[in-house]
Design a protein around this ligand. Sequence first.
Ligand code: ADP
Length: 494
Amino acid sequence: MPKTKLKILIATPEAVPFAKTGGLADVTGALPKALSDLGHQVKVILPKYKMVDETKLDLHQVNINVPEIPLGEKKGKINLKSCRFSDSEVEYLFIVNDKYYNRDKLYMDKATGFDYVDNDERFILFARGTLEVLKALDWQPDIIHANDWQSALIPAYLKTLYAGDPFFSGTATVFSIHNIAYQGNFPKDSFAKIGVAKDLFYPTSAFEFWGNVNFLKVGISYADVLSTVSERYAVEIQSSSEFGFGLEGVLRTRNPDLYGIVNGIDYEEWSPEKDKFIPYCYSEKGLSGKQKNKRALLEKCNLPKTRKRVPLIGIISRLADQKGFDILAEISDKLLSLNLQMVVLGTGDEKYHKLFKQMAKKYPQKMSVNFRFDNALAHLIEAGADMFLMPSRYEPCGLNQLYSLKYGTVPIVRETGGLADTIQDYNPETGEGTGFVFKNYDSDELLEAIKRAFQVYSNKGIWTKLMKNGMQKDFSWEASARKYENLYQRALQK
Ligand code: ADP
């Protein structure tokens, strides 16, 4: 009989509400609670960054003795802190080492604009430290669910350095890839710091990637089971270098063990009925609040409030190449000559800051740009905009299109990854569909999709029906958490 109630450790570099740079944090914030609600015993472990705000959290010191972690010639000392919240049984553990983690940004050096040069050491310490913490706590998980390259060494350690350790004899690993473009690729010298047997580094080995050490490849090679955050993305990343970023071949060798599970969303945080960040709550049955939020959003963003129905497009995004703003740039004038308004919230690459700044300068009545991370404004945009734009080149899952559905904000998306799996193109003949989907990464197709959306928007009755189609969709975590449960069972059977 398989064990049904599992001890699960989620190892992650970020999690809501502690530290967030992207969608991964939303997942590792919500999934543990959903697993705990299904009856599992769940702990989450992450580094104690500066961003983990002790003034707002009740963190306490856990008195355990963890041996120093070798990092090549150096060593890293770690302490442990923990906290819980009243609304769930999940325990959060924080690996403390101020030298490595108490910094302004999670991965990137503000001073240089590049990744911290010691990111290899920081996440070797995290991976190996995690295993030592478990031993010091005497807490033997059935499953370690590691996420992204920063946790990717954990599955490898269990099959190498810790392979003979009886403490972990019952522990299986699941490794989730949230975005394969971020791989943790380091020079060969990093290999010695990992501390596994020297003969594991040779051309084409799990630890070697074109002469470098690639942490993501290590995780992909050693984990018992692999997952990524949508079914379509699981196929795409094996298909070509365009999506697999050089790891497509390794992934193909793991094809039977690779699964796609679409992310859920946390409806406690993202529901227009009870959203604490928006001035007017509303629901599918009473949509008048949405109109009021639109006015509030326009006011906040210094855009004119018009009498006529003018479509308002929202964008909330990291401003990165992945997100499709180069094709938006190609049609910016054609787009902004249409009768519309746009609100953009995001931070990232300087070239996109410049692009949006120029657009806003040229069309100040139509466009508002906000270069910051602002959760409250993100909620107001979801509530106030009529449409939400995600023209991504690739999108592992994407969360904002799911929030948009719930808020009756019709998504306009490219057919890729999780966007393809979650948004159905509107069919005017049948009235079915939840958004507007374009196939190729092409600016004309993007413009065409936006124009289709505007045409439907001009008929209020039909548009309202389309909004409701989306609002009725359910992407709650429970269904996805059950799929992870199945994955954990598969890993345990390996
Ligand atoms: P990714 O993980 O690639 O950044 P996702 O759509 O999966 O994209 O998740 C992005 C998450 O980060 C969403 O919760 C989104 O609302 C949030 N987000 C991104 N940029 C900002 C910003 N500037 N301000 C507030 N929230 C943001």
